[in-house]
Design a protein around this ligand. Structure first.
Ligand code: ZN
Length: 337
């Protein structure tokens, strides 16, 4: 029996292929995938061989229902709704797991990471370890459940920025992570949130994300003496990072959650202004808090969802995302075409 799936091929192409349906292992469950988001890093998967394995099904932002449970798996039953934490199969034995830092666990974040090096959720059916699954409450809609993973990523970045009350926050990059960062920052009563995003299609979400849009070079803002206390760098763009460093106040903090080929982290500026630079890598317990924030509607995501498409339309969605034409595409693998 085969099933359609979106695959990163061994040659680094993204393709729709027929793959064998996963068989149930005694230590795993099978999940029927209701929705799976396409992540910005999926678009560049072939350029990230240290993270993504070729000949693997993509998709790490998913929600679905337990379809079958292996004989050795306790506490799970068919039909239960889940949000899937792709990095959630924490082995608990490595030095990072034991230190409560599972986002550095090699097994969890690479070897068993769904949609990276283990087959992911851009397919109707996915194998997962129980450690990947989080139960979700009835009040969390399926659409919102598909946003748990990116919300957790943005939440960690916002929390690593420290106190935001009364501060001026600049978010660089207005894709899904940037918009979520604005919305999560807003919950912490900042004085102002500024969003720097060159693509009009994405910048137009600023108001709904409680932010004021500023120009990509921020020339006017710089000229009028604008200073920001915190930057959440969500673009991976060298130009944005460079502008952000200029706008940061002495003693300010730059949280890096986007990555690009040219980092533009100017050491002289960092030194002269005593800027704190912090990386933010995936999430740990932020995943569970993201479920709560979405279930209690403290964070809205429906308006950020551009389209829900069946699996064969995923390749078109990849192209539209690469061109920056849409905000977020969710794929519904069980949706009939
Ligand atoms: Zn570990």
């Amino acid at each position: 029996m085969t099933m359609p799936a979106v695959v990163l091929t061994a040659h680094g192409r993204i393709a729709l292929q027929d793959r064998p349906r996963p068989t149930l292992r005694p230590d795993q469950v099978l999940v029927e995938v209701d929705l799976c988001g396409i992540c910005g890093s999926d678009l560049h998967a072939s350029q990230l061989p240290q993270v993504y394995r070729g000949d693997c099904i993509l998709g790490h932002e998913s929600t679905g229902r337990v379809a079958a449970v292996g004989d050795d798996v306790a506490d799970w039953a068919a039909g239960q709704r889940v949000a899937v934490n792709p990095n959630g199969n924490v082995d608990g034995t490595c030095v990072y797991c034991r230190a409560g830092r599972p986002n550095f666990c090699r097994q969890a974040t690479l070897e068993t990471a769904l949609g990276l090096q283990a087959d992911g959720a851009l397919a109707p059916l996915m194998s997962a370890f129980p450690g990947h699954l989080r139960r979700i409450p009835d009040e969390l809609g399926t659409l919102e459940a598909a946003w748990v993973e990116p919300t957790a990523t943005a939440l960690r970045a916002v929390e690593l920025a420290g106190e935001l009350a009364g501060r001026t926050v600049l978010v660089t990059g207005g894709g899904p992570i940037g918009q979520l960062a604005c919305r999560l920052a807003h919950l912490r009563s900042p004085a102002q949130i500024l969003l720097m995003e060159p693509a009009a299609q994405r910048a137009q979400f600023a108001t709904d994300s409680h932010a004021v849009s500023i120009a990509a070079d921020a020339a006017e803002d710089y000229a009028r003496g604008l200073e920001v206390d915190v930057v959440l760098e969500c673009s991976g763009s060298a130009a944005a990072t460079s502008t952000a460093l200029k706008l940061l106040t002495p003693g300010g903090i730059l949280v890096v959650v986007g990555a690009g080929p040219d980092p533009a982290l100017d050491s002289a500026t960092i030194l002269l202004k005593e800027i704190t630079v912090r990386g933010s890598y995936i999430y740990t317990d932020e995943f569970d808090r993201a479920i709560h924030l979405l279930a209690t509607q403290q964070i809205a995501v429906a308006d950020l969802t551009t389209a829900i498409s069946p699996l064969p339309d995923a390749l078109t969605a990849f192209d539209a995302l690469r061109a920056g034409q849409i905000m977020k595409a969710l794929i519904a693998p069980l949706l009939a075409t």
